[in-house]
Ligand binder design. Structure first.
Ligand SMILES: NC(=O)c1ccc[n+]([C@@H]2O[C@H](COP(=O)([O-])OP(=O)(O)OC[C@H]3O[C@@H](n4cnc5c(N)ncnc54)[C@H](O)[C@@H]3O)[C@@H](O)[C@H]2O)c1
Length: 339
């Protein structure tokens, strides 16, 4: 079965391509390399022993998207990762985010809607819940007003898919609401490669550990949590990648109950920032240079998933511990710096 993976050279996309190929899917990747590099292709190939097809294409170019689908009529499913993802940048450049994250989604759905049958997996985010009223967060928790244009693109994206599925019988879609992806493939051949200053905690920690950043700022230690720092649900990217494959299989095998479904993808366990730092110090044997600073505007206190729905319905469960995920992130950082 031929699967299109948009943004397939990026962090989560590249790990998902590996899992798809391991399961025997034929993969074609579209990526415009705006936040990735072409040599990821070779590294995927080194892991799986098989080169995925690749087209460098900007999905904002509608004509090129149409042309692509004409040339690849046998695509049966799409996993749509391509998007801009920096929350802070989205506040500064909202139109870039609405253009890239919404237009690309619409163009891909327009093509898929013309097919007799197609499966579609969307990269959504736990940001849609904002600060949820109860923990852990189930899929029934209300979607709260978005804190950033980036977060809004995920909410609007889900609505676009839901509305399209309502009137498009052959289209079957699943939105996966990721919690906090981290880590890297155990081979350390692929991983997260932030351009510039990392926006996420774990790459900032590993870059500080390796000496690329001087110090990590921990934003606030007066939150109502066990040690005062914010709680998130950190999920190993390989576990997350596997969730995409089982979700896609559910659609391709026609096992879905409705033609638009939503699942949380997390571990179900929350970790504080200080626990994440401790995990780093444990697996690396290094002391991390960090300091507590004031709270950062927009940060929520706590977010971790209730994963019962994904566990029971998809038959998927995160397997890696925080330490295992951290070890893989550290191995990857060391490999990148040596390169
Ligand atoms: N990493 C996270 O913490 C996180 C959390 C929740 C949701 N997500 C979502 O998951 C998806 C993947 O995230 P990631 O961390 O792998 O990001 P990433 O930036 O590593 O990967 C995205 C890929 O899409 C490509 N891309 C962007 N715009 C494109 C376009 N117009 N045409 C073609 N290719 C394009 C980029 O070059 C990149 O390779 C995104 O939709 C993101 O919003 C990520």
């Amino acid at each position: 079965m031929k699967i299109l993976v948009t943004g397939g050279l990026g962090f989560i996309g590249s790990h998902t391509v590996v899992q798809l190929q391991n399961k025997g899917f034929e993969v074609v990747i579209i990526d415009d390399l705006s936040n990735s590099s072409e040599d990821v292709l070779g590294r995927i190939t080194s892991i799986t022993g098989k080169a995925p097809s690749f087209e460098k294409l900007d999905l904002r170019e509608k004509g090129k998207v149409t042309d692509f689908f004409k040339r690849h009529q046998n695509i049966e499913g799409v996993i749509h990762f391509a998007a801009s993802k920096a929350v802070g940048e989205s506040v500064q450049k909202p139109l870039l985010y609405y253009e890239n994250n919404i237009n690309t989604l619409v163009y891909v759905l327009q093509e898929l809607s013309q097919k007799e049958k197609a499966g579609f997996i969307f990269s959504s985010s736990c940001t849609v819940y904002g600060q949820a009223d109860t923990m852990p967060i189930t899929e029934d928790a209300p979607v709260k007003p978005a804190e950033s244009p980036y977060g809004n693109t995920k909410q609007i994206g889900e609505e676009i898919i839901r509305d399209t599925c309502k009137v498009t019988k052959g289209l079957n879609a699943i939105a996966l609401r990721y919690f906090n992806p981290m880590g890297a493939h155990p081979s350390a051949a692929i991983g997260e490669l932030p351009i510039g200053v990392p926006q996420n905690l774990v790459p900032f920690i590993t870059q500080t550990g390796v000496g690329l950043r001087e110090q990590l700022s921990v934003f606030g230690d007066d939150y109502p949590t066990s040690d005062g720092t914010c709680i998130r649900d950190y999920i190993h990217v390989v576990d997350l990648a596997k969730a995409h494959v089982v979700a896609l299989e559910r659609l391709l095998e026609g096992k879905n109950k409705e033609n638009y479904e939503v699942f949380n993808v997390g571990t179900g366990t929350g970790s504080t920032v200080l626990e994440v730092i401790k995990s780093f110090e444990k697996v690396s044997g290094k002391k991390l240079n960090y300091k507590i600073v004031d709270r950062r505007a927009g940060d929520i206190t706590s977010a971790y998933a209730d994963t019962t729905k994904a566990n029971n319905i998809l038959g998927w469960k995160a397997e890696s511990t925080l330490d295992e995920a951290m070890k893989s992130a550290w191995d990857w950082e060391l490999k990148v710096r040596n390169r």
